[in-house]
Design a protein around this ligand. Structure first.
Ligand SMILES: Cc1cc2nc3c(=O)[nH]c(=O)nc-3n(C[C@H](O)[C@H](O)[C@H](O)COP(=O)(O)O)c2cc1C
Length: 362
């Protein structure tokens, strides 16, 4: 019996298997409004058999977008545009999730295929990045962010809450707070980016404050019946970043405030990624450690490309869900192909009838 193809129920959401489409920016929105590209991109992956399709990092404010092409949820027009996309995904058996966040000091960048660097401040498309401190990320993102005032921090939390409400209104049933990859929330937690001397910087307790407050505020409006999750960079793989023990403690405290699952990822608070132990499924042991020590369901991604590899991660209990990005771009029908490779009975049933009928017995 495949564990990868076993159901998972988290709160009131039932997932038909453990394969999740990892959030992937498409850099294809205008004014933050998703369009037919997002419908086809996310819809195709729901058709392909994933159990949960998570829409890309979506800005809680215009300044919270990574690039001018990123999606948003700071107004009702954007929420309305997400609605048909959510309906389509759900109609084809996948749960619909969205990741909301603020890009912080990495915001105001060009699309990856147009440079992946900060848009020059003089360019009319650029805006001022925000951060915990006036410390630039560096490398191709050299702009020094504006260090946020406490009023701005309070407003940021209200922006997360408003975006969560709009996500709910659009029909999403799974929410991911983006606390990873060196974006704003993550950068508050990391001593590499956070040099503040007030109650939002310095000690573990202070660096964790923004993340804990934001999750609590969102939990107050996000229904108990739906999973509230985070993607957290649990390590910067850099001696100056936060130690893994702090991440585990943070997860425990977030869990006490209503966190339902953590998607275990990397910090990326510095362009120096020389310490990252790249290799197939290299984050799985980190997910396992968090699962064991914080006693919370986990998801994990990074270099998971093979059916057996995904099966083993779930079967060994390293994670409850596997997150696929590149592999899902390469093969939107990965779940169907994985079901065949793993010898799942009736693998065609992973697909909707329009396809399943013709692929029965193949
Ligand atoms: C095109 C693309 C866009 C991405 N956008 C996001 C994003 O919006 N939010 C996020 O947390 N990670 C994002 N990522 C990272 C992926 O979700 C994933 O964690 C990473 O690619 C590692 O998984 P993989 O080895 O299966 O690709 C993106 C990756 C790709 C390839």
């Amino acid at each position: 019996m495949s564990k990868l193809f076993s159901e998972l129920k988290l709160k009131d959401v039932s997932l038909r298997n453990r394969i999740v489409v990892s959030p992937m920016c498409q850099y294809s929105a205008e004014e933050g409004v998703p369009n037919e590209w997002h419908l086809v991109h996310l819809g195709a992956r729901a058709i392909g058999g994933a159990s949960l399709v998570i829409a890309e990092a979506t800005g809680v404010t215009p300044e919270g977008r990574i690039t001018p092409g990123c999606t948003g949820l700071w107004n009702d027009e954007q929420a309305a545009a997400w609605e048909p996309i959510v309906k389509f995904v759900k109609r084809h058996g996948a749960a619909a999730g969205i990741q909301i966040g603020h890009a912080g000091r990495k915001a105001s960048a060009n699309r990856p295929w147009e440079g992946d660097d900060h848009i020059p401040a003089s360019d009319p498309r650029a805006w001022e990045p925000l951060g915990p401190s006036a410390v630039a990320f560096g490398g191709n993102l050299p702009r020094v962010p504006h260090d946020m005032s406490k009023d701005e921090i309070a407003q940021l939390q209200r922006d997360f809450v408003a975006a969560a409400k709009r996500a709910l209104g659009a029909g999403f049933e799974w929410l991911v707070l983006h606390f990873a990859h060196g974006y704003l929330a993550q950068s508050f937690f990391s001593p590499i980016a956070n040099k503040r001397t007030d109650e939002y910087g310095g000690s573990f307790e202070n660096r964790a404050r923004l993340l804990l407050e934001t999750l609590s505020a969102v939990r107050a409006v996000w229904p108990e019946k739906y999973p509230l999750t985070i993607r957290l960079g649990v390590s910067d793989f850099n001696p100056e970043g936060q130690p893994m023990e702090e991440s585990i403690e943070l997860v425990k405290q977030l869990k006490a405030k209503g966190l339902d699952l953590i998607d275990v990822s990397l910090g990326f608070n510095s362009p120096d990624v020389s310490g990252v132990p790249w290799g197939p499924a290299f984050m799985a042991p980190f997910a396992q450690r968090i699962k064991e020590e914080a006693a919370i369901p986990t998801a994990v991604g990074w270099l998971i490309t093979q059916p057996q590899q995904a099966e083993d991660i779930v079967a060994k209990g390293q994670a409850d869900l596997v997150m696929l990005a590149h592999q899902e771009l390469d093969d939107p029908h990965f779940p169907y192909h994985a079901a065949k490779a793993l010898g799942v009975a009736q693998p065609h049933q992973v697909l909707p009838s329009q396809y399943a009928h013709w692929l029965k017995g193949r």
